[in-house]
Write a protein that binds this ligand. Structure first.
Ligand code: NVA
Length: 326
């Protein structure tokens, strides 16, 4: 029997031990970015973007090249996956050309269908529901600046039903963190995601909660996180959202309610004066530039990890060149 193919479709596709392993590999790759070449050949990794991108395209392209591989950009507006031809057909075609497929799209179900047919690892580069690559970068950043993740208290302010908030619940729980989401009524996290995160937290010593009261989430927070109030695909709701989200802005008043040494994260793009004050994102607590850089290291690590676990790379190759740094 061949080894089952592993994917990163949602944050809980990685167990706590696997998440820790990916983060350790990401740290090793960061120390020696040009030394490990597990994708030498070069092996091709296809990247498909159905939504706008800057960090994801740049970090995957640079990271795949650093691993010795060949990034292949597929323009989602030309491929029109699911319209011009079925997801299953695209998956089987790309799976014969590429060693992994990275896809940014809308519904999570589309990504799951791609994974079912591709025969190679599929990585979620953001869907409406989850953004697991962002969370690996965020956790790597916090580990660098604060040390062990377990027990860290995180407050997420803003759209609690967005992809980044959902990924915080799952990935934070996996890491044994305490994640408290504060969002307006109507924008609280999907109850099924909250339930799954609660289940994971019960095994890791973490906890998750959701509230409409930002003060409740901010009290005792070590880390404060926000994201745009208007995610890609929701642009027509921008005006209405700005009104209801006002009290959840990550400004000086909000930061003052967290711990005195609290750090601030934002996945970017940021809208200064809306979800985050300029003085906060550009201030001393902000880790956003390390967070953006770490997308590359974390994504390199998860690609190599998934390929190795799928039997498509030798485990030794994943660490060759950075062995001492792990
Ligand atoms: N929630 C945002 C994240 C952007 C990286 C969006 O989906 O647009």
């Amino acid at each position: 029997m061949s080894t089952p193919v592993r994917h990163l479709l949602r944050d809980d596709d990685l167990s706590p031990a696997e998440q820790a392993e990916v983060l350790a590999l990401a740290a090793a790759y960061k120390k020696a970015p040009y030394d490990a070449k597990p994708l030498a050949g070069p092996r091709t990794v296809a990247m498909i973007f159905d939504k706008q991108t800057l960090r994801t395209q740049a970090s995957f392209t640079a990271g795949i090249a650093e691993l010795g591989g060949q990034p292949l950009q597929v323009d989602g507006t030309l491929a029109r996956i699911g319209v011009r031809e079925s997801i299953a057909d695209v998956a089987r075609v790309l799976g014969r050309q590429a060693s992994a497929i990275v896809w940014r799209t809308y519904e999570q179900a589309k990504l799951a269908e791609m994974a079912q047919w591709a025969g190679v690892p599929v990585v979620n580069a953001l869907t409406d529901e989850f953004h697991p690559c962002q969370l690996l970068a965020d956790l790597q950043t916090l580990a660098e600046h604060r040390g062990p993740l377990a027990g860290t208290r995180v407050a997420f302010l803003g759209d609690g039903a967005c992809n980044v908030a959902h990924s915080w619940l799952l990935a934070g729980a996996t890491a044994g963190m305490h994640v408290h989401v504060a969002a307006p009524e109507g924008f609280l996290p999907d109850p099924t995601v909250l339930a799954r995160a609660t289940e994971i937290a019960a095994t890791t010593g973490g906890s998750v909660a959701a509230t409409t009261d930002p003060a409740e989430a901010l009290a005792g927070a070590d880390v404060v996180v926000t994201d745009t109030w208007v995610s890609m695909g929701r642009e027509e709701q921008a005006r209405d959202r700005e009104v209801v989200f006002g009290p959840y802005a990550l400004d000086e008043h909000a930061v003052a309610q967290a711990k005195p040494d609290a750090h601030v994260l934002h996945c970017l793009p940021a809208y200064r004066g809306k979800e985050i004050a300029a003085s906060v994102i550009d201030g001393p607590r902000s880790l956003v530039w390390d967070e953006a850089e770490n997308r590359r290291h974390a994504q390199k690590a998860v690609l190599a990890f998934l390929m190795a676990r799928s039997g498509l790379l030798a485990s030794d190759d994943v660490r060759a060149g950075v062995g001492a740094a792990v």
